[in-house]
Design a protein around this ligand. Structure first.
Ligand code: MIC
Ligand code: SF4
Length: 642
């Protein structure tokens, strides 16, 4: 809203439209980031656009997800991304350098700019005053090729922070507290803008923890002002010249406001299997713990890991506990190696992993059958850790470290005095894991291994869509349900036919068969369908399997955009109660689809099996309709002049 920090940054980067809630605008994208599990698709799509140079100021291709390399597939994907980065003028970050969001925060994010990333936790850089939005890979490919991103201006929710944190309470507890208040749907349609005296209490990486998990609230993004804390962080990272001061106007107006007193927050825990299933640590105390995993883009900063090292110094990891630590960046690991903290962790009995996503995306460290795993991560969806029988609890680094010693979930304040962490005046900055594109890029070609297959592209939208309901899901279905990810499946992110065997694998084990036998069909979903990751594979695989439309009670933002980008029509029930009348394998038909979309009319769905009709609404812009009619964003974008 007027005078908000969000509106100011949108206005500064505006290319088309008027910044007002609900309007579609086009903004200049200054920076993009990709990671490897979504990146292979991005660079295949960029190839299909036939460009020579990217239009952003800076784009970075990180390799942080698929680093296990248990077969040739991951390494081939890395090589492909590296070659595409060189060809198009993109910085390449080698595996081992760290997690994209932590690295981008340290090295590249700039207050006041716009970052688009093919990962749902891109809002991490909002902690530094940059509008940072997670999107499907095709949107990032188009941003690199054309320099812009279209979005409907979200509502802005102001979260005023007051008060001071209690000892042993940290940023993770703050965001878990907010998740408890607002739920995984609470941020849908909003940008969360933080302000208030209390933000001075929060370090830059604390802020990044909070904006990171705005993704779990379903928010478009989250942002903090750029203030002295920001300047200090940038200066310690050796890039004070990137600092600009940015605040909302005193008289800024917001769509909604809430106020949080940091003093009201106690150590929190999210119980299985949702990040908003939050309660106080003391309510679940004494739960026996089998595994503790510390790291991920939420809690792997220097400060977080130093806190853990200080707590573990001279102590022993409980014999029944396996402690794994994955640092956020190679620089953090190097600094901890130099100052002795790494030695403290190792002598306590910790398993040190490379700087990458690791266990957060199920890339190894799957816990034992029916294990309790405490993680400092952001998602605890069923099966995401690699085992459907494990119970994953999300906690702060402090709670995780103290529980590692006791062997059960422990309120950290029982440990005694909270250790303080001194931040060095200058962070060490090593750049050897970055490969900068060569000056002369003439004649460079991409390198494609045998696992890299072409991706499906839709045909023009048909006027009539008919077929069977292949699956009917409940509420809050995640992209991890639609297209599961783990160490076995991640190597196939550039092989849609192979992935299609596992579609909806956490719910049914025969979805591919259902789709093949019926020549494709429809999906019926509940509320917040497609929450979680930005992976467009959750749309590309259904496209490959012949899904024509998804009808749900409501959609998560990125997944809805990914469906449109793939030419699959996302529609919501006008009357959500009629959802109850649908069953799997009902025969349905939609007529005059294009005509209704073009005239903003409701679409009539006939359920032939039940002899009923349902009115459906398309909640998109004129441009979205044109993309659907063209059979997806790639077809549409290729027809456009710059
Ligand atoms: C995740 O945390 O779920 C991921 C893996 O980082 C995804 C991206 C992906 O599915 O590759 C995300 O959050 O967007
Ligand atoms: Fe990686 Fe986990 Fe962060 Fe996703 S949430 S980017 S898998 S660390």
């Amino acid at each position: 809203m007027k005078g908000s920090l969000t509106y100011k940054i949108f206005e500064k980067n505006l290319l088309l439209g008027t910044v007002a809630q609900g309007n579609e605008i086009s903004i200049k994208v200054n920076q993009t980031l990709t990671q490897d599990s979504t990146g292979t698709m991005v660079y295949l799509q960029l190839e299909a656009m036939g460009i020579r140079d990217i239009k952003t100021d800076l784009s970075v291709a990180y390799v942080d997800h698929n680093t296990l390399q248990s077969g040739f597939e991951n390494a081939d994907d890395h090589e492909f991304i590296k070659s595409a980065a060189a060809k198009y003028g993109i910085i390449y970050s080698k595996p081992g350098n760290g997690i994209c969001h932590q690295l981008h925060l340290e090295r590249f994010a700039k207050p006041g700019g716009v970052l688009l990333g093919s990962d749902s936790h891109t809002p991490t850089c909002g902690g530094l005053g940059m509008i940072s939005i997670g999107s499907g890979g095709l949107d990032v490919a188009v941003a690199m090729a054309k320099g812009y991103y279209y979005l409907k201006v979200p509502k802005v929710l102001n979260i005023e922070i007051v008060g001071k944190l209690n000892p042993w309470v940290s940023a993770k507890d703050v965001i878990l507290f907010i998740l408890k208040e607002l739920s995984v749907k609470g941020g849908v349609g909003y940008i969360l803008e933080y302000s208030g005296e209390g933000i001075k209490e929060l370090s830059l990486t604390d802020r990044a923890t909070i904006t990171n998990m705005g993704a779990e609230l379903g928010a478009t993004t989250s942002i903090f002002p750029s203030d002295e804390v920001t300047r200090d962080f940038l200066s310690k990272q050796g890039r004070e010249e990137d600092f600009v001061e940015l605040f909302a106007d005193e008289e800024a107006v917001y769509d909604k406001k809430i106020r949080i007193d940091l003093g009201d927050i106690k150590p929190m825990v999210a119980r299985p299997h949702s990040p908003d299933n939050v309660t106080l640590v003391k309510d679940v105390e004494k739960l026996k713990v089998d595994q503790v995993a510390i790291g991920s883009c939420t809690n792997s900063s220097y400060t977080d890991l130093m806190k853990v090292a200080k707590i573990l110094r001279g102590k022993r990891v409980h014999p029944e506990v396996s402690l794994v630590i994955s640092p956020g960046s190679s620089n953090i690991l190097k600094m901890m190696a130099d100052n002795g903290a790494l030695g403290d962790l190792i002598s306590s009995g910790a398993r040190i992993l490379e700087a990458s996503c690791g266990p957060c995306i199920g890339m190894g460290q799957t816990p034992k059958t029916e294990a309790v795993s405490l993680r400092t991560f952001n998602r605890n969806f069923k099966g995401r850790c690699g085992s459907k029988s494990a119970d994953v609890y999300l906690v702060s680094p402090e709670t995780a470290a103290v529980s590692t010693i006791t062997g059960y979930l422990t309120e950290p304040s029982t440990f005694g005095e909270m250790p303080s962490v001194e931040i060095p005046d200058k962070f060490q900055v090593y750049k050897n894991y970055f490969i900068y594109p060569p000056r002369n890029r003439d004649g460079l070609e991409v390198v494609m291994g045998p696992n890299i297959k072409t991706f499906p592209v839709n045909d023009d939208l048909s006027e009539t869509l008919k077929g069977k309901v292949l699956i009917k899901t409940g509420d809050n279905i995640t992209t991890d349900d639609i297209m599961p990810s783990n160490a076995k499946l991640l190597p196939f992110r550039s092989n849609i036919p192979e992935l299609s065997k596992y579609c909806f694998g956490t719910i049914v084990d025969d979805f591919q068969k259902r789709a093949k036998e019926n020549g494709g069909g429809f999906i019926i979903g509940g509320e917040n369908y497609g929450q979680g990751s930005s992976r467009e594979h959750a749309a590309l695989v259904p496209l490959y399997l012949g899904i024509k439309a998804v009808v749900a009670k409501s959609f998560a933002r990125i997944h809805r955009a990914n469906l449109i980008n793939c030419g699959i029509v996302p529609l919501v029930f006008k009357n959500i109660d009629i959802y109850n009348s649908f069953d799997e394998f009902d025969e349905i038909e939609m007529i005059k689809v294009k005509e209704s979309l073009s005239t903003d009319s409701e679409i009539c769905l006939v359920n032939k099996t039940k002899g009923i009709t349902a009115n459906l609404i398309f909640e998109g812009s004129r441009r979205d309709v044109d993309i659907l009619k063209a059979g997806g964003y790639l077809n549409y974008a290729n027809k456009l002049k710059d």
